[in-house]
Design a protein around this ligand. Structure first.
Ligand code: ZN
Length: 466
């Protein structure tokens, strides 16, 4: 980028709207797992949609590539400028434009931190059910642009299902105003869907209209020891039946994963007496009085052998302690050493079979490696992580990432599953996209990319394979 283009971009965002200070830019060039590192010398920080529009029209006119970045919590490298592109931070677009309990909706700008949006909904007696481990730093815009999942998908769906409307700046700077909160709008192509999960390759999301739900009066949370994955799924069916489908989270953790948490995360303790091969964190939410049905279902499950023990939270502190066991899984694995990570899904009925086949295939290729499959059992999304063998050489273990991913993803394909259930594509899974998507799907994705971004300025090199 020459100085003249840089000067025009800086003028478009004003003195507070850019930085060239390497120390201020540095944290935006690396993601938290340190797997990807990029470079950029100019970071723009527009504060309004009009400024984003001005920036993109300059970039388009001058064929200047630009990488949008929200909370920088993505796990597939989609937010990193690898090639000295202009970095576009949405952090100053951080106003909550409206919250309406009558309309059960809220409108947030892209840079609003997800937890702040949750609090604003809560202050209005409503629930924003989007919830994920990164909610303290990820943003509404990033969550929607990547169609994030999280722990409540079972009940409320992915980010896509929470979106009522969008405001998007197109590659040429035009503003596409689809910021409506209508529940019914059957007027042809639903264009907003194209930008959800597009990872900033088709346009830049600047504001989102989100659907809200009534705030539940009661949450029932239990941590259960279960003999196997199949028993866990039968247990889920029982609790759904007893509560009228009010289970919002149903997460599975294997024994070795729990041991990593107990060893590496201060302030955690095993809430159950004896070790078990698997654990489930089950949570239902609804009207006061829900606990009778919830606890009744668990008591029957215990007497039927679907679970061997259960800890039920009786207050918010205990609930937080149980959730900490699940939410600390990634951090505990990081402290245990390097691991190969896979974010996959299969039909719920096939999860038990898939985990068994996946473990066989991986341990045949990597003797001594320690599979730690955990995650969102209720919706079929397993984080199929492989911890290295104890004292294994880190570099040679990590060098096999692509080879092992191929093995895992081929097993996933055999079950009709997805090689990226909730983390997206970014740069990490572009080759998988080329391998596992049909030629017709790939062709249509390329047609869309060329149509929306003919000069390939928006997050080039991400998502869409060459
Ligand atoms: Zn997850």
């Amino acid at each position: 980028m020459n100085d003249e283009i840089a000067a025009r971009l800086k003028a478009a965002t004003g003195p507070k709207g850019f930085t060239e200070d390497p120390t201020e830019i540095a944290p935006h060039l690396e993601e938290w797992r340190s797997k990807y590192k990029g470079r950029a010398t100019l970071m723009l920080k527009p504060a309004t949609t009009t400024e984003v529009s001005a920036v993109l029209s300059i970039c388009n006119e001058t064929s200047t590539p630009i990488v949008p970045q929200a909370g920088n919590t993505g796990l597939v490298g989609g937010q990193i400028p690898f090639d000295g592109e202009v970095l576009l931070s949405l952090s100053r677009l951080n106003r909550i434009r409206s919250v309406s309990s009558d309309d059960a909706s809220m409108i947030c700008e892209a840079g609003v931190i997800l937890a702040a949006a949750q609090h604003a909904a809560d202050d209005n007696g409503m629930l924003l059910p989007l919830s994920l481990a990164a909610e303290g730093s990820c943003t509404v815009g990033g969550t929607v642009s990547t169609n994030a999942g999280g722990v409540n998908v079972l009940r409320y769906g992915m980010a896509r299902e929470q979106v009522l409307g969008l405001e998007v700046v197109l590659a040429d700077g035009r503003v596409l105003d689809l910021l409506r909160t209508l529940r019914k709008d059957n007027t042809g192509y639903d264009l907003k869907q194209l930008f959800i999960g597009a990872e900033g390759t088709l346009g830049v999301v600047t504001a989102v209209a989100l659907k809200l739900s009534p705030k539940p009066a009661m949450r029932c949370t239990a941590f259960l020891a279960v003999p196997d994955v199949k028993a866990a799924l039968t247990l889920l069916t029982r609790v759904q039946g007893a509560t009228g489908n009010l289970v919002n989270a149903f997460e599975i953790v294997p024994r070795n994963g729990l041991e990593f948490v107990l060893e590496h995360i201060p302030g955690t303790a095993d809430p159950l007496q004896a070790p078990s091969p698997w654990y489930v964190l089950c949570e239902a939410s609804g009207a006061a009085g829900l606990s009778a049905a919830f606890e009744g279902a668990l008591a029957t499950a215990l007497s039927d052998g679907l679970a061997s023990d259960a800890a039920i939270a009786s207050n918010e502190t205990q609930r937080a302690a149980l959730w900490k066991l699940r939410e600390s899984m990634s951090e505990a694995q990081k402290k245990e050493g390097p691991s190969l990570k896979h974010d996959v899904s299969v039909p719920v009925s096939d999860v038990a079979h898939f985990i068994a086949k996946g473990i066989d295939a991986v341990t045949a290729a990597l003797p001594g490696a320690r599979p730690v499959p955990f995650g969102h059992l209720g919706d079929g999304n397993i984080h199929f992580n492989i911890q290295s063998a104890k004292n294994a050489d880190m570099a040679s273990f990590l060098a096999r990432w692509d080879e092992i991913a191929r093995i895992v993803h081929d097993v996933v394909r055999d079950f009709g599953g997805s090689f990226s259930a909730e983390h997206g594509i970014g740069v990490m899974k572009r080759a998988d996209l080329a391998r596992y998507k049909s030629p017709v799907e790939l062709d249509l994705m390329r047609v869309l990319k060329r149509t929306f971004d003919p000069k390939n300025i928006l997050n080039p090199g991400k998502l869409v394979p060459e």
